[in-house]
Design a protein around this ligand. Structure first.
Ligand code: NAD
Ligand code: LMR
Length: 328
């Protein structure tokens, strides 16, 4: 049996937390041979701490063979102590009629404090996934607040958009989700994200050629994927939780265990490629191997794509400017 690894989860008593923790403890994220110690953070209010206690009781009642320990706390330095993985979920979700960027004012500060705490006490190899919205800019804030950790350790969740795009393409083509390869989502986790199936293939055949309908791409596919979060809030009265937790599991599992050459989408700090300025936390297609992600390089960018990629970049630059003072 391997040595246990430490997995920090913030917002542990929230909706996503409830869909996430049990799957991590059962080995779905890091493998069925990898024991985990869960280090769970919640706000210091009695109601939240009480709810966290209840979640921990349920985790205990599952008798997960891989659950090697649990910590529940309201102190980020305790939650992140020696953490090998950190899933930063805790923050406010949006309600109907709001855009995710509007959350920056309430959520931005959280990621300053948590970035600093990670900087101080986490493993130097900690893999950080920011789920809390607006995810890209919050990940950027955390990264900038943790100057002693490698910037590449900080990532934002675009995987839900990636998975949503796969399902829409499967429905359109009548093919299986599992057969779709080389899907990419560029930019911000927001309606401006650009889900790009120009390179996608199914059993070696081009998805773009199979669909052959630019009207559908521009006027149905992109708005459906881009506004899916709002559609779920409209339908459920609450933001997506199980599908968000599932995407977080996919993101971390692929980063830790590899993708076997398969493309997935991660929000990562830009290295300047594709005309995206360095450090912008931007969704790109990657492959993962040996615990590292590698950006898929050299893809041709046509005029339509350039426009879309620049629009989502402009939004991210706007968010970055809005938090510049916070980061001083
Ligand atoms: P929720 O309100 O059900 O749960 C959030 C939990 O976080 C609450 O229990 C709250 O007490 C806790 N929390 C708040 N501030 C905290 C802090 N500073 N430290 C620790 N815990 C804190 O919300 P949810 O539905 O679980 O969503 C959480 C976040 O994830 C929201 O910002 C939501 O918009 C976002 N989200 C992102 C994606 C994505 O694809 N990136 C998808 C779905 C939801
Ligand atoms: C989503 O995409 O479902 C989440 O980001 C929640 C939201 O606010 O849309």
């Amino acid at each position: 049996m391997k040595q246990p690894v430490r997995v920090a989860v913030t917002g542990a008593a929230g909706q996503i937390g409830y869909s996430l923790l049990f799957r991590i403890a059962s080995g779905e994220m890091l493998g069925k041979d990898q024991p985990v110690i869960l280090q769970m953070l919640e706000v210091p209010f009695e109601k939240a701490q009480q709810a966290l206690k209840g979640v921990m009781m349920e985790l205990e009642d599952c008798a997960f063979p891989l659950l090697a320990g649990m910590v529940g706390t309201d102190d980020p330095k305790v939650a992140f102590k020696d953490a090998d993985y950190a899933l930063l979920v805790g923050s406010r979700p949006r309600g109907p009629g709001m855009e995710r960027a509007e959350l920056l004012a309430v959520n931005g500060e959280i990621f300053i404090a948590q970035g600093k705490a990670l900087n101080e006490v986490a493993s130097r190899d900690v893999k950080v996934l920011v789920v809390g919205n607006p995810a890209n800019t919050n990940a950027y804030i955390a990264m900038k607040s943790a100057p002693d950790l490698p910037a590449k350790n900080f990532t934002a969740m675009l995987r839900l958009d990636h998975n949503r795009a796969l399902s829409q393409l499967a429905a359109k083509t009548g093919k299986a989700v599992a057969d779709i390869e080389k899907m990419a989502v560029w930019g911000n986790h927001s309606p401006t994200m650009y889900a790009d199936y120009r390179f996608a293939i199914i059993n070696g055949e081009s998805v773009k050629d199979m669909i052959n309908d630019q009207e559908w791409n521009a006027n149905v596919f992109l708005p459906t994927v881009g506004k899916r979060g709002a559609a779920i809030i409209e339908a459920r009265g609450l933001s997506s939780a199980a599908s968000a937790a599932n995407a977080a599991i996919d993101h971390m599992r692929d980063w830790a265990l590899g993708t076997n050459g398969k493309w997935v989408t991660m929000g990562i700090p830009s290295d300047g490629s594709y005309g995206i300025p360095e450090d912008v936390m931007y969704g790109v297609p990657v492959t993962c191997e040996n615990g590292e992600y590698t950006r898929v390089e050299g893809l041709p960018i046509d005029e339509f794509s350039r426009e879309k990629m620049d629009a989502t970049l402009a939004e991210l630059e706007g968010e970055r400017a809005a938090v510049a003072d916070l980061l001083k």
